[in-house]
Design a protein around this ligand. Sequence first.
Ligand SMILES: [Zn+2]
Ligand SMILES: [Zn+2]
Length: 652
Amino acid sequence: MKITLKDGSVKEYSSGMSVIDIAKDISEGLARVACAGEINGQVVDLRTVVEDDCELSILTFNDEAGKAAYRHTTSHVLAEAVKRLYPGAKLAIGPSIDTGFYYDFDTPPFDRAALDELEKEMKKIIKEGAELEKFTLPREEAIQFMKDREEPYKVELIEDLPEDSVISFYRQGDFVDLCAGPHLMSTKTIKAIKLISSSGAYWRGSEKNKMLTRVYGTAFAKNSELDEYLAYLEDVKKRDHNKLGREMELFTTVDVIGQGLPLMMPKGARMIQTLQRWIEDEEEKRGYMLTKTPLLAKSDLYKISGHWDHYREGMFVLGDEEKDDEVFALRPMTCPFQYYVYKDSQKSYRDLPCRYGETSTLFRNEDSGEMHGLIRVRQFTISEAHIICTPEQVEEEIRGCVDLIHYTLSTLGIDEKVTFRFSKWDPNNKEKYIGTAEEWEKNQDTMRKILEHMNINFTEAEGEAAFYGPKLDVQFKNVHGKEDTIITVQLDNSIAEKFDMYYVDKDGEKKRPYIIHRTSVGCYERTLAMLIEEYAGLFPTWLCPEQVRILPISEKYHDYANKVASELKVNGVRCTVDERAEKIGYKIRETRLDRVPYMLVVGQKEEEEGLVSVRSRFLGDEGQKPLDTFINDISKEIRTKEIKKVEVEQQA
Ligand SMILES: [Zn+2]
Ligand SMILES: [Zn+2]
């Protein structure tokens, strides 16, 4: 048989050869770092015997699939270590993931000391360097095999496989795991490992099942790569909004109030107010009309909108349909409320487009397991708008939405960091959506054409549409690498009929309008989370809850400090005076730690000459300036929402 290698060279063998033996034949060095093989584009185990002509690549840690095999093998090593130290632990699953691997065990939680012990045991196992052997069993025998080993989760996994399957296992020393592979040849190939953390995880991800203990770890081919990754994780930890946002007293959560219901503290609330005022003013400039509609409504409304049938488990329902005359629900979106604003009077084509905007608080009953800081919450506030327009106006209106999105994101300094996703319906899951297949295809075509006209780079995702229409999603990855949708623009041509919305066209005919559902910036809680992580808490001045702190060098200058403060406040600058009897050096350090962008030190010379001594996060010691000059400079910085480069090493 002829084996064509990645570089185009050809190897010829007279009989079947395993991938690892071919690797050895190419070079011993390659065989030592081989993690998996790829035959005609398909990833295979190194033990796979090649019988026919094919194209073959030997995958190493530098290939995605090779890395996955390497890290997944490390998860087996972790499982063996757990079984050695905790023989009663039951094994669930242990896949490789983007950042390393995890393994779920039915065992009490592990603390850091336990993880360190496990890590030590893993290093021992790696040093022992057991070969991994693969063997297979028919399904029934495989079930018995795992029953004998008292591994109920493995039994359940095998029972889910078809009757006639042949089940594969990997053995290393005394340890055996149910597994499809691929795997390294020996544990000794593994070089650098680290157990990162441990947390609870439900068996099969369902709240109805038992909570297991998940251990996250990672593995690299070189110690230096592991060190680099661990340094990166430290930076992530420093930026994590869920930690930093609490430290900075921007928000908190309280058990008796509930999960996913964060409290905005004075500083966080001020930042959100600043964002909201900005968006409301900007939308007004762009022709949006403001509405203010109720936070709850009778179930009758949601029955018309389709939420009752399509989104009920996501809503907080007040009352019991069996017993109560009227059942209410907190609103999960603003759409149907704004439709009745539209319907309040008859509209003609001259009234369109109608752009209704609202700073709207919404409620979504998500699983408590999903809650995360400000990103996954049950109550949030969003700038939600519905543009009601004629079919001819759709393209221009969507352009306007995307233009507004670019404006808000670039102002926040994250325009370059987002990606666009075109979310379509899932034709194999029709009952999740309203409207016919033809309507969906037509609507999606319209939207795709518009996106193409606008030269937006987008990916397409099936099954991610809203139940009433396709959408453009703006995607952002948080510091943990988890992607979330922050902004959407949705095109809807089916709801108008349900609510009997129409306009009178030029020809005097009543026609159904299109509805564009859109947001202009992420929901405010999530946007705040994003900003905390993006700026590690060092926000652009216009967003800072405290923009200036005035530091009198002694009590004698309190009057002047307060005079400076009132001048600043009159000019719309958020500031405080530190009147404590602390040393000036201490006050300066604390101001920096509090991430206040400007501090003004005032003493005798400043008072006599109407000056302030400016220290900023951007340039450090900026020297003395007349107060008026400082006010002019900072007012301009705030007005233009400037993102100034930080030039001074932060000690915070
Ligand atoms: Zn495995
Ligand atoms: Zn809507």
